[in-house]
Design a protein around this ligand. Structure first.
Ligand SMILES: [Mn+2]
Length: 360
């Protein structure tokens, strides 16, 4: 049995519930399903009691479920419906209080299902999010591979960069490399924005041609065995202007200060303030509009947060991005992003690509 499943069960069964039900409707809860059972399909339910671990799925997934998971498989075929099978199990096992993640099911599906079964539900979304935030060394190893694949693909993309090439061509080439290098998928849609478009923090690659000397912001990642990397670097084809260099140095120093100070016990808000205060001192405070970083793992944005709104202390083993940026509308944008693991006295880098401005 997986260590994650053990941890989640310990926390949930303290809540005086009889079972945990993980409903994964058209992929609505692939994350928890994979985390607890190993199953990666898009239609299933997990029913977990202190003694039994059951996976319910249809014929599309029977073979896959047996291969990926050691859960006991309950098959169903027409005329039985998915919800009927789940409801029957709940009543046969005499489950009175069932834990569920309300965040991972639509309000309509929940109301409908709750009306068909005779039990109470307890929302445990936040418990599972919390357990997932702290990574094991095994998860961190997967995240390192996800980072290495992404970094290698970026370097290959730089080899084909030349003035006049479209953002979309560079992004497509890099995404192709990510898949060739063994990623199961991209972590998210690649952001690749040159010149004035770099001032859009989430500007996805467009038909715009890259010009000599303008900074190109690239924010990309790979997914490996479920775990994501999330990196941002900036490159220029030829020498950039002095203004670009100046802004780059401010972001570089802000990011370095944050990376060198963040450690367990510091709150997300305190972490965010390290970079934010430095950028403000340099006169660019109003141009850093987003938070310093976010948790990273099976999802690209998860708990915890390096944010002025997050007042909880960071914990050993949590993985976060550190990504200050400055965006000058109509001119250009600069962001530098790395992924780090929180440790007792500091943090360890997962990413290893140089952080200086790349000039090709
Ligand atoms: Mn990010």
């Amino acid at each position: 049995m997986s260590k994650h499943l053990d941890e989640v069960k310990n926390k949930i069964f303290e809540k005086n519930v009889d079972a945990l039900l993980v409903l994964n409707l058209e992929g609505s809860n692939k994350i928890t399903t994979r985390y607890l059972s190993g199953f990666t399909g898009t239609f299933s339910a997990l029913l977990i009691t202190p003694k039994r671990h059951i996976i319910i799925t249809d014929s599309r997934y029977w073979v896959q479920a047996k291969e990926e998971s050691d859960f006991e498989l309950v098959k169903y075929t027409p005329p039985k419906t998915f919800f009927e099978v789940v409801a029957d199990l709940i009543s046969n096992l005499e489950l009175r209080r069932v834990a569920i993640e309300k965040e991972r099911i639509s309000a309509a599906n929940f109301d409908w299902f709750a009306s068909k079964v005779n039990c109470e539900f307890e929302d445990v979304s936040s418990i599972i999010v919390e357990v997932r935030a702290t990574k094991s060394e095994d998860e961190i190893e997967k995240m390192k591979v996800a980072a290495q694949i992404a970094e290698e693909a970026f370097k290959k993309m730089l080899e084909i960069a030349r003035p006049g090439i479209k953002e979309t061509e560079l992004a497509a080439y890099m995404e192709y490399q990510i898949k060739l290098l063994g990623a199961e998928d991209l972590a998210f849609e690649t952001i690749l924005a040159s010149g004035y478009r770099g001032a859009l923090p989430h500007g996805k690659a467009s038909e715009k041609a890259v010009q000599l000397g303008e900074p190109v912001v690239v924010d990309w990642g790979a997914r490996y065995k479920g775990y994501n990397s999330d990196i941002t670097r900036v490159f220029c084809i030829g020498e950039p202007s002095d203004e670009v260099k100046e802004v780059y140095n401010v972001v570089y120093t802000a990011q370095k200060k944050a990376r060198e100070s963040i450690k367990a016990g510091m709150t997300g808000k305190e972490g965010d303030a390290i970079a934010r205060d430095y950028i403000a001192q340099c006169g660019y405070g109003e141009y850093f509009g987003h938070t310093l970083g976010h948790g990273l793992g099976l999802e690209v944005h998860e708990s915890p947060s390096l944010s002025y709104r997050y007042e909880k202390p960071l914990e050993v083993g949590q993985v976060v991005t550190v990504e200050p940026g400055i965006y000058l509308e109509g001119k250009f944008g600069i962001r530098i992003e790395d992924d780090v693991v929180i440790r007792e006295n500091g943090c360890d880098l997962i990413t290893s690509l140089p952080r200086e401005l790349f000039i090709v």
